[in-house]
Ligand binder design. Structure first.
Ligand SMILES: [Ca+2]
Ligand SMILES: [Ca+2]
Ligand SMILES: [Zn+2]
Length: 486
């Protein structure tokens, strides 16, 4: 599917006005739904609607049709070809048509089951609710270019979360939340390229560089369940008076106070944007572990800076091997010495941490962004420190010329390495983490967050988990087969 990162968006679901979506509860003889799950789903719809009201500043309203009884599928769930082996094979292959046909067959049946109950007129998106006992539909069932008939017209977009979404997330929260994956998936159809920014500039090839915990299009289970301020801007949800925008050519020194994205209903600037060239822009946003970021507590209070390049297309082909290829946006992380990084500690629960805390700065294309105050709100100082780069010729690619971020780009491999601060996502096994921990005194708090002397063990962020019951033995969270984003 094509995505666009600048105006106009390619999405075919309106992000303004009132749209109609449907949630269809579908169960099976081998996976029976309960009444409690129906009431739980209504709660998820309510959270979804409140999020849309808040993040879109009431630009968008979503009307749900939700038959509150399980519709029984004609066959056992195993027979729909939506088990992990079939789905992963179909998704990784170069030809997606067999998978799309499988989704279309399933979707055609469930829409027919609901047709007498639901008026599908002008329905933009059909979500499917599967029971928590589902095993054989995993990770999901979904496609956005379908041709599903109903009495009232054709359904194009359908998505339902399978077994993956009922397993614990990699932070140990017992269950993922459906409302936020629904937003992620419909977000793709609002035209958001998604899955960017995720990587940190210069560290794109590190493990887990395909994940971001700072926004919902970076990861549907993000610690900070907001849209990035760039995505909000693209959708037309961000009022002009919440954007501090200053071209780099006019920049001298400016202080801007930013309201955290997670805090709803407050006036003030949500972002500073500094256009660098016709196709690239620096974006600054503030985060707090409150409201939609409460799961990030006690960390997660800081500033994120990223550069958006609207000429970059969106390449997810490296995701299967955990590599972030071309993205329209990339984080800039502060360049810190080892002792500075150790002293400052972690600023996020995420293994990948692009945050700037008080006193830290990043520099890109002659523009420095630093955090000069941090209280209820952050204050960032934006300074031009060198003249703008001159672009020569219409075909010159403008890329980063300033090195930011740590010079070490490879995670520890188990040997003694006293020059890096590691997190559990960097190791191939718990034993490697333990060896590194014991050989690297003074640098281990990132891998032993519960201080029990076991590195990347049970209870450590990113440490040993059972992959939600899918793994025969405990493994590091990022090595679970289901540690992936949709
Ligand atoms: Ca109907
Ligand atoms: Ca530990
Ligand atoms: Zn996605």
């Amino acid at each position: 599917m094509l995505y666009s990162v600048g105006f106009p968006l390619d999405g075919n679901t309106p992000a303004a006005g009132t749209i109609k979506v449907v949630l269809l509860p579908v169960d099976f003889s081998d996976a029976v739904g309960t009444g409690q799950e129906i009431s739980d789903a209504q709660v998820q719809i309510d959270i979804f609607n409140e999020w849309v009201r808040s993040q879109s500043r009431s630009t968008l309203t979503v009307d749900w049709a939700f038959p509150t009884e399980w519709l029984r599928a004609s066959r056992p769930s195993l027979e729909y070809g939506l088990d992990p082996d079939s789905v992963y094979a179909a998704m990784r292959g170069s030809d997606a048509r067999p998978y799309a046909a499988t989704v279309e067959a399933f979707g055609t049946e469930v829409v027919a089951l609901a047709d007498s109950l639901v008026d599908f007129t002008d329905v933009q998106f059909v979500f499917v609710l599967l029971p928590k006992t589902i095993v054989h539909i995993d990770p999901h069932v979904g496609w956005f270019e379908l041709n599903i008939p109903s009495d009232e017209g054709t359904i194009v977009k359908l998505w339902g979360g399978g077994a993956f979404f009922y397993r614990p997330d990699s932070y140990g929260f017992p269950e993922k939340e459906l409302w936020s994956v629904w937003l992620h998936e419909i977000g793709h159809t609002w035209g958001l390229a998604g899955h960017a920014p995720v990587a940190i500039l210069g560290r794109e090839h590190e493990p887990q560089s395909t994940d971001s915990d700072l926004h919902l299009m970076g990861n549907q289970d993000a610690l900070h369940k907001v849209f990035s301020v760039w995505d909000q801007w693209l959708l037309g949800w961000l009022p002009e008076n919440e954007v501090y925008c200053l071209p780099a050519s006019q920049l001298d020194r400016t202080d801007v106070e930013l309201v955290a994205l997670e805090r709803s209903g407050e006036g003030g600037y949500r972002t500073a944007m500094i256009p660098l060239t016709q196709s690239s822009i620096l974006v600054v946003e503030s985060h707090r572990s409150e409201g939609y970021g409460e799961r990030a507590a006690p960390l997660g209070n800081a500033v994120a800076v990223y550069v958006v390049d609207t000429t970059l297309d969106y390449d997810r082909t490296g995701e299967a091997s955990g590599i972030a290829l071309d993205r329209f946006a990339v984080y800039l992380a502060p360049s810190l010495t080892v002792s500075e990084r150790f002293e400052r500690g972690r600023s996020s629960r995420a293994p990948r941490d692009p945050f700037l805390i008080l006193g830290e700065s990043v520099t890109y294309e002659g523009v420095a962004v630093s955090v000069v105050q941090s209280g209820a709100n952050d204050v960032v100082r934006i300074t031009r420190i060198s003249p703008p780069t001159t672009t020569v010729g219409p075909t010159t690619t403008v890329g980063p010329t300033t090195t930011v971020g740590p010079t070490t780009t490879v995670g520890p491999t188990g040997g003694p390495q006293n020059d890096v601060v590691a997190a559990c996502g960097w190791f191939g096994s718990q034993q490697e983490a333990q060896e590194w921990f014991e050989a690297s005194p003074g640098f281990g708090h990132g891998v032993d967050t519960n201080d029990d002397e076991v590195a990347c063990g049970v209870g450590d962020f990113g440490g040993l988990v059972d992959c939600g019951g899918t793994s025969a033995e405990l493994v590091l969270g990022h090595l679970c087969p289901n540690a992936r984003t949709e």
